[in-house]
Ligand binder design. Structure first.
Ligand code: TPP
Ligand code: SF4
Length: 296
């Protein structure tokens, strides 16, 4: 890991495939690129085999652009639609068995700390709601209770998309799906509440139609996980196939769902606020001057 793996070996530049040359010359490695610059640099994830219009793909693209140091980042995932895109990205991807991604990430994150000491190597789990809240539930929760320092991102499409429409714990009550024809009988799981209860230092919900917000959330989550503790981001990433959302309505659906029941929320522990302010200059978390506190 590090910038060396995205450099040419001297003398080999002209023999490298065009895609690789583009990535070295116009990619985001070692630079500060933002979502506002999309279209002006080569993205780490450009090609993928997911359904046209899938909101999950847009979210994954935005999340990867937001990684503070992509050359020092490893993603961990599992079976599910998201891995189809994440595994095409030009950064290392570890594919766990279905559900064990937070266990794999725990070992990886600890190993990288032993190997590289203080030099940050970011581990980011990205997986679906079924893999994370159902089959991987115990691995997810225990990694949080153990205070493992890595980021967990749930691609919450509220269904098992990759296997054709079974309900998950994150499906909303009453939702009718191909393989839940009578409608789901139970409430959507409160993974946000559980993440806070288990001691995550940063917990947020987002939808993909606000790229700058996605960027800000992912950046904070990754930075906090370096030193403070586990972080969790839950993203509504609709499945337009299983929920029959017309492709041109995918972003409108995200906005409606956001307004209705997936409002932006962000919890930052006091320790994480202090860390972001002191280490990374986040002004909004700097202690307020005494006069301002008295006035408030
Ligand atoms: C141990 C195991 N059980 C079941 C499967 C089959 N399987 C593959 S993807 C998937 C569902 C994925 O749903 P989710 O995690 O919500 O992700 P999505 O596809 O919706 O993004 C299942 C059950 C598997 N690969 N491994
Ligand atoms: S099945 Fe759904 S979640 Fe999976 S790629 Fe297609 S639209 Fe996206």
């Amino acid at each position: 890991m590090g910038l060396d793996y995205v450099k040419f070996t001297p003398g080999f530049e002209k023999f490298m495939p065009k895609e690789y040359r583009d990535m070295v010359e116009h990619g985001p490695f070692g630079k500060k690129t933002t979502v506002s610059q999309m279209g002006s640099f080569k993205e780490i994830l450009e090609e993928h085999p997911m359904c046209a219009g899938c909101a999950m793909t847009l979210f994954i693209r935005l999340a990867i652009i937001a990684f503070p140091n992509p050359e020092d980042t490893i993603t961990v995932g599992t079976a599910g639609c998201g891995r189809l895109a994440i595994s095409q990205a030009a950064i290392p991807f570890v594919y766990g068995n279905y559900g064990d991604q937070n266990g794999v990430a725990s070992g990886l994150s600890r190993g990288l700390r032993l190997r590289f000491g203080d030099k940050p190597k970011d581990v980011v789990v990205i997986a679906g709601d079924g893999g994370m809240a159902d089959i991987g539930f115990s691995c997810t929760l225990h990694s949080w209770f153990r205070k493992e320092k890595f980021t967990t991102i749930m691609l919450d499409n509220e269904v098992y998309g990759n296997t054709g429409g079974q309900e998950s714990g994150m499906t909303t009550k009453g939702a009718v799906l191909k393989m839940a024809p009578l409608g789901k009988k139970f409430e959507k799981m409160d993974m946000i509440g559980m993440a806070k209860l288990a001691g995550c230092a940063y917990v947020a919900t987002v939808v993909p139609n606000n790229p700058r917000r996605v960027e800000s959330v992912i950046k904070k989550a990754v930075l906090i996980a370096r030193e403070v503790g586990p972080t969790y981001v839950q993203a509504y990433t609709s499945c337009n196939i299983e929920y029959a959302i017309p492709t041109d309505q995918v972003m409108a659906d995200a906005k409606t769902v956001e307004d209705d029941r997936y409002k932006f929320s962000e919890y930052v522990s006091d320790e994480a606020k202090e860390y972001l302010a002191e280490r990374y200059g986040y002004k909004e978390f700097l202690p307020k001057p005494a006069a301002a506190v008295a006035k408030a």
